[in-house]
Design a protein around this ligand. Structure first.
Ligand SMILES: [Zn+2]
Length: 446
């Protein structure tokens, strides 16, 4: 089966996992040139021109681009994009070697198996399969295997979109990560991600007055002030955001009618979420609110010195429409009178972005899904994390997160494996995804 498209996807995925392109957020990490070399070696010899881009000052952070040129300049260009980096692991918490790429009981194991070397590999296999056939489509097919997605993508998709857009010129993008199948009242739904929340990472600096730890009475201790700041951030409840996308998601949930009604009523949604099972509540809350999570804190120099400065880092994820000013308003509201005590520094910002459904590509994805899951409907969703898709939306492209997985790989299993322990994917899902890219390219560009 090694020379079937699925067999090639399995083998390529195993190699990409073994290359261990772990991105810890530092410029020296990742070293995606290893995966880019593997992909180049795989794609070479099928008549494709391959370009590799590396930003200045970031050696080894390579992104690869190749394309099958269309015959009709008026036809659309579709880009398949996969990232080649993965997040770090704690090997002690894994049942198997996270970088072994082992195949056990029909599953490929390793960091990146679902996020997202599976898609990166299957996209490359689809492209090569089409190139080998001498396929001459009307529209152009582009493949981008990019570095650095796990740290925001500035050295990968961000760099290529900003500096080498000419190599992409995509009207449409498919990337991570839809394709999970859910069933409700006999209706199958396949998720397609059409948008994502924004990111606003902020550092809050709280100041005090230093003093001797033996005399704390009446002291201006920055850490005590910071503790109040953290508590207020944790207790803050921004107004809910009930969109059509959310209504669609709720309609497909396995809940009774009354619970569903409450979940789409802005005056009752917060209370309704509180009554849901924990994991559903967590995702429902993030889908309907801007969230503020204080995740890092640095303070103090010595046990007997009252600290005069504390830095708190807050991971803020914004709903569509919340811009930089709105982020500031959220912080001011959350902190109340403490707001004056806090200096806010911007660390990283990205606005929420959403692509429309009802495009020609949307119709094609519906047909592709129907071939494998007859009668299934596409379920558009807003994702609460971030991907590289916004770099393309900034250029006016319509971007979706797609893929196609087996019924066995449930949305719940999927989310547990994302950045989690024992990350793995079943070969059936790899077969479905590989075929889905092939079908999509042929129907959309053919
Ligand atoms: Zn990813």
């Amino acid at each position: 089966m090694n020379d079937t498209p699925t067999g090639e996807t399995v083998e390529l995925l195993r190699q990409l996992i073994r290359n261990q392109c772990v991105n810890d957020g530092s410029v020296a990490s990742g070293q995606e040139a290893r995966n880019s070399d593997t992909l180049r070696a795989y794609l070479e010899g099928s008549g494709l021109d391959i370009d590799v881009y590396e930003p200045d000052g970031a050696p080894g952070r390579a992104s690869l681009v190749t394309r099958i040129e269309g015959t009709d300049p008026a036809a659309p260009t579709l880009c398949l994009m996969g990232h080649t980096d993965v997040v770090p692991v704690t090997p002690a918490h894994w049942t198997r070697d996270p970088f072994g790429g082992e195949v056990v009981n029909g599953e490929v194991w390793g960091r990146g198996a679902v996020d997202m070397l599976n898609l990166t590999a299957s996209q490359a296999v689809a492209l090569k399969t089409l190139a080998r056939r001498g396929w001459r489509p009307r529209g152009t097919l582009v493949y981008l295997a990019c570095a650095d997605e796990e740290a925001g993508g500035a050295l990968g998709a961000g760099h290529v979109c900003k500096r080498h857009w000419d190599a992409l010129r995509a009207d449409y993008l498919l990337t991570e990560n839809g394709g999970t199948v859910t069933a409700h009242d006999g209706q199958l739904n396949v998720t397609v991600h059409v948008g994502e929340k924004g990111v606003a990472w902020r550092r809050l600096r709280v100041k005090g007055t230093p003093g001797h730890g033996s005399m704390p009475y009446g002291a201006d201790n920055a850490l005590i002030k910071a503790a109040h700041v953290v508590t207020r951030l944790a207790e803050y409840r921004p107004a809910p955001y009930v969109s059509d996308l959310w209504r669609g998601v709720v309609a497909a949930l396995d809940l009774d009618a009354a619970a569903k009604e409450a979940l789409v009523d802005p005056s009752r949604v917060d209370e309704a979420i509180a009554g849901l099972p924990a994991s559903l509540a967590r995702s429902a809350w993030s889908a309907t609110h801007t969230t503020l999570s204080p995740n890092m804190c640095r303070a103090g120099v010595k046990t007997n010195v009252i600290p005069d400065v504390v830095d708190i880092e807050v991971d803020i994820r914004t709903i569509p429409g919340d811009n930089e000013d709105e982020v500031r308003r959220h912080l001011d509201k959350a902190l109340g009178d403490l707001s004056e005590e806090v200096a806010v520094e911007k660390l990283f910002s990205k606005q929420a972005s959403v692509s429309p459904t009802g495009t020609p590509l949307w119709d094609v994805l519906g047909r592709v899904v129907d071939r494998h899951y007859p009668g299934a409907k596409l379920l558009p969703r807003l994702i609460v994390g971030f991907t590289d898709a916004p770099y393309f939306r900034e250029h006016g492209a319509v971007a979706y997160g797609f893929g196609l997985f087996s019924r066995a790989l449930t949305a719940e299993a999927m989310s547990g494996r994302f950045h989690g322990n024992d990350e793995r994917i079943d070969v059936e899902s790899l077969a479905l995804t590989t075929q889905a890219w092939l079908d999509t390219c042929e129907l959309f560009l053919g």
